[in-house]
Design a protein around this ligand. Structure first.
Ligand code: AMP
Length: 210
């Protein structure tokens, strides 16, 4: 199964992608995670992306398309995959089509902007192992400390309130038009993204199995 998860940043795509990936035994590919990893390692691609990511802007299409081409060529994608955070623009979707990739389902997780802003500004992440928490909804056992590896949690620079507003604008301007793009293919399923993680997973699985 080849699946795309659409939705605003902070709509819960990442969490759902991980759950579904495990159930279907396919990899989840997050361009955001790949870029953050490159940033952390100081690679050339990471340096190119740094200013964009920190300002809440999209990294140029050619950079992310290159990342995806390289990643999808790996053998673990042969039986399917989940794309989390790609495509985010019409040219990226066109590039995927041009690669000859036939997507089975596009799941759009919808959450109102106000709820997104609350989720993102309250998110805290572990800089070492990547685990994600929330100051209200998913507290670590010990405040500010990662349950999995004990590192001090941080707020992603792009989760700061002023950047979140910019990211939502970027989403509405550049990514939301993808709904129309995939609606035309008949593969788009819209899932209500408010509620518990388990409830949303149930809706997502139903959308995939319908
Ligand atoms: P995410 O963790 O998916 O919200 O991604 C974090 C940041 O990485 C975004 O705000 C963008 O700067 C960059 N990014 C991730 N995926 C893409 C993409 N498909 N196109 C452009 N920029 C991206």
């Amino acid at each position: 199964m080849k699946i795309i998860f659409l939705g605003a940043p902070g709509a819960g795509k990442g969490t759902q992608a991980e759950i579904v990936a495990e159930k279907y035994a396919i990899p989840t590919i997050s361009t955001g995670n790949i870029i953050r990893e490159a940033l952390k390692n100081g690679t050339e691609m990471g340096l190119k992306a740094k200013a964009f990511i920190e300002a809440g802007q999209l990294v140029p299409d050619e950079v992310v398309i290159g990342i995806i081409k390289e990643r999808l060529a790996k053998g673990d994608c042969d039986n399917g995959f989940i794309l989390d955070g790609f495509p985010r623009t019409i040219p990226q979707a066109e590039a995927l089509d041009a690669m000859g990739i036939i997507i089975d389902r596009v799941v759009d997780i919808e959450v109102p902007d106000e709820a997104i802003a609350e989720r993102m500004t309250g998110r805290r992440v572990c800089p070492d192992c990547g685990a994600s928490y929330h100051i209200v909804n998913k507290k670590p056992e010990k405040e500010g400390i990662c349950d999995s590896c004990g590192a001090a949690l941080v707020q992603r620079k792009d989760d700061a309130p002023e950047t979140v507003a910019d990211r939502l604008k970027v989403y509405h301007d550049q990514t939301e038009p993808l709904k129309g793009y995939y609606e035309k293919t008949g593969k788009l399923k819209i899932v209500e993204g408010l509620g518990s993680v388990a409830d949303i997973t149930a809706r997502v699985l139903k959308a995939l199995e319908d």
